[in-house]
Design a binder for this molecule. Structure first.
Ligand code: NAD
Length: 467
């Protein structure tokens, strides 16, 4: 049984929960201890106690620890990538790629630890100097979703530690394995006890306790809109700093002048762009090619080399996907392909990627986040209409356009209401050294990743000195 890491020690809980492989339900990866109330309390006090000294640790100390973690993750990317595919259902190349990215994130923030910013300037009054410095915010709770089991933990934990904070990390219930493996690496990196704590457990129990705890200074959350609202309310109530990343309904515009093959390639990452808006001149040819590609995608065991689409993560998500297939049909959209549960050798949550066409943006399937392999195609008369449809959404995470026109690409980048705009590249691929986050209902608070992470994980001090 895997334990939690609290105050520098591995601690067992009274209860444990299994981590199950969605490609093979008979495969139990491990049992994971669930942290109880007293253990969460202990972790918070340990983090609080560790903070004063850790907040004054040297950049070299933080660089060395983060760099060592990054190196180990990269060296073990094949093994950890396999674990990721096994517990989450992403294909093996995607799993290994995500692990490598986690390693690179630790390397990036190791470097950032060595580059603390600061400004020095004369006062507007004579004989006084002004200094601006950044200090860590304190004890930070971090709550992660299941869909990036190691990259999201990395992009929360690495900056928190790099800037001198203490961490209480709670992974998603469905994927504790990758977080446990990451915590095990962190446990050997030389941090004083209490600086980093792993707390596995239910969101409504461990998560809520962290949200409500008066000794937690800041909360970084990624997950659904419904939980994000709870995080915001709990944080506001006691004036904790919050960073909230939520859902998306990412649009992809495909214009008449797009390179068709490239657009099909970009559009095919169907889970990432869930609303595809094609203009009249290219719509039919594009839909035909995209449907062919989608139909031919091989659904199977995540770790099988032939697999292009792994299973859905759990029974609840599978039911949600099926429910939206029924909703789409009842709303009058055409189910061009997919959307069915399928059987494979082993019992798992297998579901064929679905493509709805002839959709209207007002339909539930176009407005609500499904979070499964279900994409909808909407026909638009021209670029202006397509842009208006793209922006007609409560979300604003990422948005893309396929076009060979500089005029439309430039206009799109300025006018799309999203945190990230992609021109002729998939909405799913992002870099780790630049900010990540959305607008509108997708995000709240400072951005994650890149140097912008400092906005959340530090607080600014303005000091005046009589010269
Ligand atoms: P979720 O909201 O169900 O759970 C996210 C985390 O919150 C889990 O660790 C869960 O245990 C915890 N939680 C649940 N209830 C809680 C409570 N009352 N108090 C504190 N914590 C609680 O989301 P999920 O199903 O794990 O993840 C999928 C969602 O994440 C999707 O909506 C997806 O769009 C979103 N997501 C967003 C981004 C982004 O950066 N914008 C990235 C990845 C995933």
């Amino acid at each position: 049984m895997r334990k939690n890491f609290i105050a520098g020690e591995w601690v067992a809980g009274a209860q444990a929960s299994p981590d199950i492989n969605p490609s093979d339900l008979s495969d139990v990866i491990e049992e994971f201890s669930q942290a109880d109330k007293a253990q969460v309390e202990h972790a918070v006090s340990a983090a609080r106690a560790a903070f004063p000294a850790w907040s004054l640790s040297t950049p070299q100390q933080r660089f060395d620890a983060l760099d060592a973690i990054g190196s180990e993750i990269l060296a073990r990317k094949a093994e950890l990538g396999e674990l990721l595919s096994r517990e989450e259902g992403k294909t093996l190349p995607e799993g290994i790629g995500e692990v490598a990215r986690a390693g690179q994130i630790f390397k990036f923030f190791a470097g950032e630890a060595l580059r603390p910013g600061g400004e020095f300037m004369p006062s507007v009054r004579p004989g006084i100097n002004v200094e601006l410095t950044r200090e860590p915010v304190g004890v930070v709770a971090q709550i992660a979703p299941w869909n990036f089991p190691i990259a999201i933990p990395a992009w929360k934990i690495a900056p928190a530690l790099a800037y001198g904070n203490c961490v209480l990390f709670k992974p998603a219930e469905l994927v504790p394995g990758c977080s446990w493996a990451l915590a095990e690496i962190i446990s050997r990196a030389g941090f004083p006890p209490g600086v980093f704590n792993l707390l596995i457990g239910r969101g409504s129990v461990v998560g809520q306790q962290l949200l409500d705890h008066p000794e937690v200074d800041a909360i970084s959350f990624t997950g659904s809109v419904a939980t994000g609202r709870r995080v915001a309310e709990a944080g506001m109530k006691r004036m904790a700093k919050v960073q909230i990343e939520m859902g998306g309904k990412n649009p992809l515009l495909v214009l008449d002048d797009a390179n068709l093959e490239q657009a099909v390639e970009v559009g095919q990452r169907c889970t990432a762009s869930s609303r595809i808006i094609a203009t009249a001149g290219i719509h039919d040819a594009f839909v035909k090619r995209l449907a062919e590609r989608t139909r031919n995608l091989v659904v199977g065991d995540a770790r099988d080399a032939k697999t292009q689409i792994g299973p859905v993560v759990d029974a609840r998500q599978l039911e949600q996907d099926e429910r939206y297939i029924a909703i789409g049909k009842s709303e009058g959209a055409t189910l061009t392909c997919g959307g069915e549960r399928v059987k494979r050798d082993k019992e798992g949550f297998y579901f064929t990627p679905a493509l709805f066409t002839e959709c209207d943006n007002a339909m539930h399937i176009c407005q609500e986040e499904i979070f499964g392999p279900v994409a909808s195609v909407i026909r638009a008369k021209d670029y202006e209409t397509a842009l208006a449809i793209a922006n007609d959404s409560e979300f604003g995470l990422s948005a893309g356009i396929c076009t060979t026109s500089l005029k439309y690409a430039t206009h799109f980048k300025r006018h799309i209401e999203a945190g990230m705009a992609m021109v002729n590249v998939p909405t799913a691929g992002v870099d780790y050294h630049v900010p990540f986050g959305g607008r509108k209902g997708s995000s709240y608070g400072p951005r994650e990743q890149g140097r912008y992470a400092a906005e959340f994980y530090t607080t600014v001090k303005t000091a005046y000195t009589l010269a």
